[in-house]
Write a protein of this length. Structure first.
Length: 442
């Protein structure tokens, strides 16, 4: 007979409690193999593709795209014995049997958190007994009223809509096939009248024609970014300093590199020079690469630079890291930055790629902005902001000339970095960008 298992949402990074379902890669009836990607989810850190640890046939998708799901909650059901060759599954799991998640430990990111989630019975099937949440054996359709009372038939988004509108699903009779409750049923109950069959729910789109407003749920990367920025702004005492420099020599040097054989096909940008400058300057002022440890009451100095690069993506701001950037040549940095930004723009940055940074660069110049006062990334003590490089009147040897001018700003944690150290670091970065030849003296 068939053997059903439920696939729980994995903890893809330490500390995550929920994720949003982005897109299913399978549908009911599909045959899958071990470790096949079945769903793409968005956590508070990144978009992640999840593999399934069993082979079999997908029987039901328990959540829909756009829904937020807690870690450990089941998201699909799979028949791992579609041919019926295995021994029948027991109706109740033995007391000594390990939790279902134990079978999934070979997959990275699956923790031991046990979550038993009650859900409605599928049409033609009854819920699994509480003592055996993994196995679901088919039962007659008459089991739509299991022990404990009537279970309304409704999809997760409809249940959420009913909850938001204060509608009790137990009091409704579904109008869809099999008595399934629809959005129109919920809307009609909320309005006290029947909803037209073709009515469009304004709750679905978040658009209210009466106010001309659009509401979007706060979740995923946006939710995590907001929480992190608030924590940083109200925990670390921010100081921001500014410096305007003539980077004409840097831009001329960039043109020379583009024509050289060694840098053929390598994308060298002002961000590449800034990354190298930050690494060199941090060696001279290690305070900017340190961090305040409140719990231990210590300042932790890092002998390496894991350089964060703030990147705007369709899903919001992410800050992936270039590991050991201080050990890289200019060419290696250029290649690493290109790969990092390409992956970020595709929304494929992994949670691990955004952990453990020591100092960050944000480039608002790509948007034509002159400068800004950036908020320090949590767990770090400084962030450098690059503005737009613009043709500007500039005094050179007593004469006004048109030069390539850039504004820099540095925000730092005043608990770790004093004004002197912050100023020296910013001056060093500015000197290296104003004339890359200065690097020879370091």
């Amino acid at each position: 007979m068939p053997e059903y298992k439920q696939f729980p949402l994995a903890d893809t990074a330490e500390g995550l409690t929920e994720a949003d379902i982005i897109a299913w890669q399978v549908k009911p009836g599909d045959t899958v193999t071990v470790n096949q990607i079945v769903v793409e989810v968005e956590t508070a850190k990144a978009a992640v593709e999840l593999p399934i640890p069993w082979a079999g046939v997908i029987t039901e998708l328990l959540v829909e795209p756009g829904q937020t799901v807690e870690v450990g909650a089941p998201i699909l059901t799979i028949d791992v014995d579609p041919g019926g060759k295995a021994a029948p599954a027991p109706t109740a799991a033995p007391a000594a049997e390990e939790p279902a998640e134990e079978e999934m430990k070979p997959l990275v990111g699956y923790g031991s958190k046990a979550v038993v989630t009650q859900r409605r019975a599928r049409k033609g099937a009854a819920p699994a007994p509480a003592s055996a949440p993994v196995a679901v054996a088919p039962e007659p359709a008459s089991a739509s009223k299991p022990k404990g009372g009537y279970v309304p038939l409704a999809k997760p988004p409809v249940r959420k809509l009913a909850k938001d509108l204060g509608v009790d699903l137990h009091a409704l009779t579904g109008t869809a096939d099999g008595g399934v409750i629809t959005r129109d049923d919920v809307q009609a109950a909320a309005n006290g009248s029947a909803a037209p069959a073709a009515a469009v729910s304004t709750v679905d789109s978040g658009y209210d024609p009466a106010t001309r407003e659009r509401r979007v749920p706060i979740k995923g990367v946006r939710k995590a970014t907001a929480a992190a920025m608030v924590q940083s702004a109200y925990t670390a005492p921010h100081v921001t300093e500014f410096l305007t420099i003539d980077v004409t020599p840097m831009m001329e040097f960039r043109e020379k590199l583009k024509k050289s054989r060694e840098f053929a096909g390598v994308k060298v940008t002002p961000l590449t020079f800034a990354a190298k400058a930050v690494c060199l300057a941090a060696k001279r002022t290690p305070d900017v690469n340190a961090v305040w440890d409140e719990a231990a009451q210590e300042i932790v100095y890092k002998d390496y630079v894991h350089l964060g690069i703030a990147a705007a993506t369709p899903r919001g701001l992410v800050v992936p890291k270039v590991r050991d950037a201080d050990s890289m040549s200019l060419k290696e940095l250029a290649i690493a930055l290109t790969e990092l930004t390409d992956v970020a723009r595709e929304g494929k940055t992994t949670p691990a790629a955004m952990l453990g940074g020591t100092i960050t660069i944000t480039n608002v110049g790509v948007f034509g902005v002159d400068t800004g006062t950036p908020i320090i990334n949590p767990g770090e003590s400084a962030i450098l902001c690059l503005g737009a490089i613009k043709d500007t009147p500039w005094v050179v040897d007593g004469e006004i000339k048109v030069r390539k001018v850039l504004q820099l700003s540095l925000s730092f944690d005043h608990r770790v970095v004093d004004g002197q150290q912050g100023s020296e670091f910013l001056a060093d970065v500015g000197a290296l960008l104003a004339d890359p030849a200065v690097a020879i003296t370091y």
